[in-house]
Design a protein. Sequence first.
Length: 459
Amino acid sequence: MTTESTGTAALRERVRALMPRAKEDLAALVAMRSVADPRQFPPEECARTADFLVRAFTEAGLRDMRRVTTPDGTDAVVGHAPGPEGAPTVLLYCHYDVQPPLDDAAWETPPFELTERDGRWYGRGSADCKGNIAMHLTALRALGGPEGGEFPVHLKFVAEGSEEQGTGGLEQLVPLQPDLFAADTLLICDTGNFARGTTTSLRGLANVVVTVSTLKGAMHSGMFGGPAPDALAALIRMLDSLRDEHGNTAVEGLPGDGVWDGVDYPAEQFRADVGVLDGVSLVGTGSVAEELWARPAVTVLGIDCPPVVGSSAAVQAKVSARVSLRIPPGVDADDAQRALAAHLTSAAPWGARVEVEAESGGQAFRARTDGPAYEALGEALREAYGKDMVQSGQGGSIPLCNVLAAQFPTAEIALIGVEEPGCLIHAPNESVDPSEIEHMALAEALFLRGYARSRVPHG
């Protein structure tokens, strides 16, 4: 056995031995209801979580751990650790805020109590993104922490406190305090893959709220239904026009023929990952990978109209819908948002009045994959999983990546994490596979050690 493989085996054993502690960390984190919206949960819950990170990462070997208030009023947690002279600098990113639990009744276990079931750990944030926090802690402890001396690279750490709210606090902080973020490589640990590997592209986002008005007020459907223009019927026609007969997104002015040159996503695996019901077809004429990562995708997120229970016999006068448009790299988010608004307006029947309000958006992102960090990461993932690294896209959006890329154009940005499809992030019964935390922690530790041998320091 070579010296390198002996070292890898020893590191693997240290990570495995740390997994009970990783579970303790995650249980403590999940119990903190860190939804960064004071209308839903007390702000003290986010403060408790930030303080936990300060203590935990200090114990793991980082220095000067502290809370930094971002322009949106929330706190990021930052710190650093010096490495050997001449070593490169790596930034470790995650976020500690979580989505609200949504429907408590849909959870099979308490959302804010880490529960083990069928080999998975359940709880809100167990994967997104507190599972990645546990991954970071486990990797740093496996490398030695304060007892093991300095880390193999210079480290910087940033945990965002309002990522799920999309209020942009950390994106605004980057140009104000760039020294907190400057690094040779930035590991954005808030993703996951259907296959073992790294994410190389992220969709952009262009949301709108469309409101349709046809009458001064709702009218009795028995007396006036028929000739009276129904705002809900008009909205249904408008929303239906956003897809063609095959289910392809068909927003006028947006290209719908993109191709994907990365790893394939087998249709049967996708059906299983998503939970498509028997007899229900996938939509779109492209491959799953193309539909996910290379073409626009429209989703109706919600409709404001009378619910079934409590509805009355009335022709609706005014209704609204929230429409999300995910876009691939190469499509400008602002252009896409304007195209979506124009499409909806032009699709309105019967002269219905249409108002379109633009919501927050974000540009798509594509990472460079030809640098030393990706080479070192590929080797680390290969050692951790016993399989070659693959490159895939991710349907979610992380606007911070584009901000960092613009601020630090020579830095490599890599997206990794524990959030595989079975995690059900943002949904009831979110969970994480503990083996993903274990393997990704090992991969991160191997990467930090291997990258140190291959790079000159940040200038």
